[in-house]
Design a protein around this ligand. Structure first.
Ligand SMILES: Nc1ncnc2c1ncn2[C@@H]1O[C@H](COP(=O)(O)OP(=O)(O)OP(=O)(O)O)[C@@H](O)[C@H]1O
Ligand SMILES: [Mg+2]
Length: 314
């Protein structure tokens, strides 16, 4: 059974639909990479799974199952026990998770006591162990510090310590390393991997950075304009992407070729979505059929929402 399974999720702000039928799932111990340009709905998907949509955002359709539990149906007070316990999220900006006014050790201890009811003294010891496990130097003195007294990389470690402190079954990491330089980024991703394999956590790693996703993900879901437009194993998506959008994303990744490709044009506004395939206006392969919206079609090695795939696997 997947640790988290999202099916046909629709999210709207007022009359504007942003998530237009997202389906994805992630198994225990597995990393699902969520890839796509800015504004395609990656963060909203994570926030919806945490039931933390910004004001005005509503789930209008679909289901979110956490180990078989329907998160769309439960009350906010039930959700509060699950959030930070069974499902946790880390963000690009540590201050979204960390309280700037509270000592680090106290914050982690508070989360541990809230979800595990071990008592405040035991929680404090566990908080220090947790800081040790993410290799924050001098964990006891770090525990007495406030978030702003740590370096960016250390803060990111603290945030990860906090996220793992309650042994979540599912961790959603939303651009966890985007603000860091490349060396720190690699260290933090390695740390995430290490904790994940110790704990068997299902991880959804959200990033616009193909390199980050390629390095860490087992499977990939490529988002475009509020939909999953291609999905498959990370190896296949990177080696032989079927959707012209995925091909464009990969070609725009810095690498061997000196000249960097960039996909022409911009993603459509959600208030002015084209009829049919939402990528068609930017697609060099566009043909008549693209006026109809394609669902996911079996390509050679992946599933892709593109009419070009019709018949390739017949
Ligand atoms: N609070 C909000 N009110 C109205 N619309 C919103 C709100 N938050 C997000 N949106 C809409 O949802 C779209 C998707 O937002 P989301 O934050 O999920 O994008 P993203 O894929 O995470 O992008 P990025 O890579 O920039 O983080 C935005 O382009 C915007 O149109
Ligand atoms: Mg985002």
């Amino acid at each position: 059974m997947p640790a988290l399974k999202i099916s046909d999720l629709h999210v709207s702000f007022g009359s504007t639909e942003i998530l237009r039928g997202i389906s994805l799932d992630v198994e225990p111990g597995e990393t699902l990479g969520v890839l796509g340009e800015s504004g395609c709905g990656k963060s909203l998907t994570g926030l919806a799974a945490m039931r933390l949509l910004p004001p005005g955002g509503t789930i209008t359709q679909g289901t979110i199952e956490l180990q078989g539990k329907q998160l769309t149906k439960i009350s906010e007070s039930q959700m509060r026990r699950i959030r930070g316990g069974e499902i946790a999220m880390v963000f690009q900006d540590p201050f979204t998770c960390l309280n700037p006014m509270m000592r680090i050790g106290d914050q982690i201890a508070e989360a541990i006591d809230l979800h595990q009811r071990v008592g405040s003294k035991r929680a404090k010891t566990k908080a220090i162990e947790q800081l040790e496990s993410v290799r924050v130097p001098a964990p006891e003195s770090a525990a007495r510090k406030f978030p702003h007294q740590l370096s960016g990389g250390q803060r990111q470690r603290v945030m990860i310590a906090m996220a793992f402190s309650c042994h979540p079954k599912v961790l959603i990491a939303d651009e966890p390393t985007t603000a860091l330089d490349v060396t720190l980024q690699a260290q933090i991703l390695a740390l995430l991997k290490e904790l994940q394999s110790q704990e068997g956590t299902a991880v959804i790693l959200i990033s616009h950075d193909v390199g980050v996703i390629a390095g860490v993900a087992d499977r990939i879901a490529v988002f475009y304009a509020g939909k999953v437009i291609e999905t498959g194993s990370a190896g296949q998506i990177i080696k032989s992407p079927a959707h012209p959008y995925t091909q464009g994303l990969l070609a725009s990744m810095p690498g061997e070729s000196a000249k960097l490709y960039s996909i022409p044009g911009q993603p459509p506004r959600f208030t002015e979505l084209p009829i049919g395939c939402s990528f068609a206006p930017r697609c060099k392969f566009q043909f008549e059929k693209c006026e109809l919206e394609p669902g996911l079609i079996a390509a050679n090695n992946t599933l892709a929402a593109c009419w070009l795939q019709e018949g390739t696997n017949a």
